[in-house]
Design a protein around this ligand. Structure first.
Ligand code: ADP
Length: 399
């Protein structure tokens, strides 16, 4: 079966077509700048690449462009959409309702809609993606996979915030957590990689990318994670500030006469590595500036590393120890220097890195722990699309 995975963001749409016979990627692409003047589709398939540049008004048009690219006579990879057995839609916020992928039905759609206030940028785009695909492929099963689902095993002591209970019962204010498909993929891959039973492993997984989060996984289940009611909480990220005293928001709003929505836009889009370094949200550019002597860039890197170190310490406490510390996503997989900086000084916890092996490990699965390290230190490239497609195959075949 061929499965199409669609990830609709607020102004973008990423897609990937996977052949489940051998789990290979047949085609992938990105539609960007939806709603702006200079929209763009980039499609790769059959070893070829092509680009379409035009104004793309909305997600329905973006979806049509994706489907045309997939079936294009010259560059396309399928003759008709009938070859596609299921379409998977990544949905940011499932609230507390969804603990796994589900086939989209009116009730699921209503729930995605209900959660728009919790994911105001993404959920409407996700819904638009689902509806646009259904218009073109009315008989193909649509599956929704929620970024929040993996974290629904957290206990109340991890997911509740210290505000009056009424906000939890009435407004569903709690920690939800994100990057669930990535954390779940890594949590499932580690026992396979080590040849151990998941029940025996306490894992701290560091997903460090543009968005970053740490997850404590005990016996295969999430017990705590750093992102919160939205992806803003936790680590310093590309453009997000991560955790801070909420009074900072009130103080800046009052001093600069801006409202809370404007301030949260700053917290989400202008802060983090970008805001601290003043250089870029891209870690490679921040490193380049830091090496050239830029102290703000150095501070940004120190803050990110220190943030991850604190979560490792905290989650070791949560699980009464740790057996595996793993790194994934763009920074986690590729940035050997940051990994080394994060793990220096954790010998007291039994985590000792093989710095030489770490230094040459980029974008591949590897055990970078020293031979006498009690804690395994692993680099595990994430493959969210494959994790999602495997779920869908199971769902659709069992339906
Ligand atoms: P997204 O959250 O958008 O999926 P990614 O997981 O692709 O993001 O991560 C993007 C981040 O990874 C960027 O900050 C980028 O600079 C960083 N990155 C990619 N390659 C390297 C590298 N070799 N060294 C350091 N950082 C890297």
């Amino acid at each position: 079966m061929k499965i199409l995975i669609v990830n609709a963001g607020s102004s973008s749409l990423k897609y990937q077509l996977i052949d489940m016979a051998d789990e290979s990627t047949i085609a992938k692409g990105l539609v960007e700048k939806i709603g702006l003047e200079n929209g763009k589709l980039k499609h790769k398939g059959n070893g070829k690449e092509f680009v379409v540049e035009k104004k793309i008004d909305n997600h329905v048009i973006a979806t049509q462009m994706m489907l045309e690219a997939l079936t294009d006579a010259e560059h396309g990879v399928v003759k008709s959409m009938d070859e596609i057995g299921a379409v998977d839609h990544r949905v940011l916020h499932g609230g507390a309702k969804f603990t796994e992928s589900v086939i989209v039905n009116p009730e699921v759609e209503a729930a995605i809609e209900e959660n728009i206030p919790l994911g105001p940028l993404h959920n409407p785009a996700n819904l638009a993606g689902i509806r646009a695909c259904r218009e073109v492929m009315p008989n193909t099963p649509m599956v929704a996979v929620f970024d929040t689902a993996f974290h629904m095993t957290m206990p109340p002591k991890a997911y509740r915030y210290g505000v009056p209970k009424d906000y939890y019962t009435r407004l569903k204010v709690r920690r939800y957590g994100f990057h669930g498909t990535s954390h779940r993929y890594v949590a499932a891959r580690i026992p396979e990689y080590l040849g151990k039973k998941p029940e025996k492993l306490r894992i701290i997984n560091c997903h460090l990318g543009n968005g970053s989060s740490v997850c404590a996984i005990n016996a295969g289940k999430c017990v705590d994670t750093s992102m919160g009611i939205t992806p803003l909480e936790g680590l310093l990220m590309g453009t997000r500030c991560g955790s801070m005293d909420p009074a900072v928001v009130q103080y800046i709003c009052n001093q600069d006469h801006i409202d809370v929505n404007q301030m949260l836009e700053i917290c989400n889009k202008k802060s983090g590595l970008l805001g601290i370094s003043g250089v870029s949200s891209d870690m490679r550019e921040v490193w380049a500036a830091a090496k050239a002597g830029n102290e703000d860039a150095q501070t940004a890197i120190d803050m990110l590393a220190e943030g991850v170190r604190k979560y490792i310490g905290a989650y070791a406490a949560v699980m009464n120890g740790v057996d595996v510390i793993s790194f994934t996503a763009g920074i986690g997989e590729n940035d050997a220097e940051l990994r080394a900086r994060i793990l220096t000084g954790f010998e007291y916890l039994g985590a000792k890195m093989d710095y030489e092996k770490n230094a040459v490990t980029r974008g591949i699965e590897a055990d970078v722990s020293a031979a006498d390290s009690k804690v395994k230190i692993l680099v595990i490239p994430t493959n969210e699309e494959l994790a999602i497609a495997r779920d869908t195959l199971q769902l659709v075949t069992n339906a």
